[in-house]
Design a protein around this ligand. Structure first.
Ligand code: MN
Length: 254
């Protein structure tokens, strides 16, 4: 059994299949984790959803795009998703709205299982980052409780801001290392979480580098290499060995 984790897929189904193929992912024996933002921007939301929902052991967390899409699924008549429609979600809504009621309900149930923070024995997975002053124990406690479903109901939530949007943890780690930080301004400096676990995040496109960012001091691995932009690869990483594989924007092997 291997544990693989995929970056922000953003409906790029062909890239997903290509990257998993390069990683020799075996759905029957391997676990696939996701840092969230599985939809929007790319062209194949339904194919992406059906594939991920078919996996025997898929372990995502909720991304900001996922939170808004979930909000739509709960209120298809009067959705409060202006932001989503302006950031690549219009195709998702168009395609998913064509599906039958049972499948839309199954997608809603699928999304309900996405935690905001996933904390396991040796890893923490969260979409955007970890704001200042959270302890490992607090993160584990948040991971253990069922989150509000939907997370958004007409107003933004603290969890959305803290864990799904926040980039301070990554930018603080980048500032600490020699990694270039073009346009990546640290608003709030965050200290490393005291933990022996490895923290995996997505959300922030690592372009133009197009490779994962690793900070031992911050126990951090960031893996959104920019697939959502159409100008970066999709990355799949082995959680235990840190080996990684990438598919480019056309699904062609790099
Ligand atoms: Mn995001």
């Amino acid at each position: 059994m291997r544990r693989l984790i995929v970056g922000d897929i953003h409906s790029h189904y062909d890239m997903l299949i290509s990257a998993l193929g390069k990683a020799s992912f075996c759905p029957e024996s391997d676990v696939l984790y996701s840092v969230g933002d599985i939809l929007d921007r790319g062209g194949k939301p339904v194919e992406t959803l059906r594939y991920l929902m078919s996996l025997p052991d898929f372990r995502p967390v909720l991304g900001n795009h996922d939170a808004y899409f979930e909000s739509y699924l709960w209120n298809e008549e009067e959705p409060d998703i202006d932001w989503l429609m302006g950031d690549g979600g219009s195709n998702t809504v168009k395609e998913v709205s064509k599906l039958g009621k049972d499948e839309r309900r199954a997608i809603r149930d699928f999304y309900s299982s996405f935690p905001v923070v996933r904390s396991e024995d040796d890893i923490i997975v969260v979409h955007g980052g970890i704001p200042a002053k959270y302890t490992e124990a607090e993160l584990a406690a948040i991971s253990a409780v069922k989150r509000p479903v939907p997370l958004l109901s007409g107003s933004d939530s603290l969890w959305l801001e803290d864990f799904l949007w926040n980039r301070s943890y990554l930018y603080s780690a980048m500032e600490d290392s020699a990694w270039a930080r073009r346009g990546r301004k640290v608003d709030v400096r965050v200290k490393p979480v005291k933990t022996k676990k490895t923290i995996f995040i997505g959300h922030t496109q690592l372009r133009p580098e197009c490779r994962p960012f690793v900070s031992k001091k911050f126990h951090l691995v960031a893996i959104d290499t920019g697939a959502g932009s159409g100008q970066g690869p999709l990355t799949v990483m082995d959680i235990d060995t840190k080996e990684y594989w990438q598919a480019d924007a056309d699904g062609i092997r790099l």
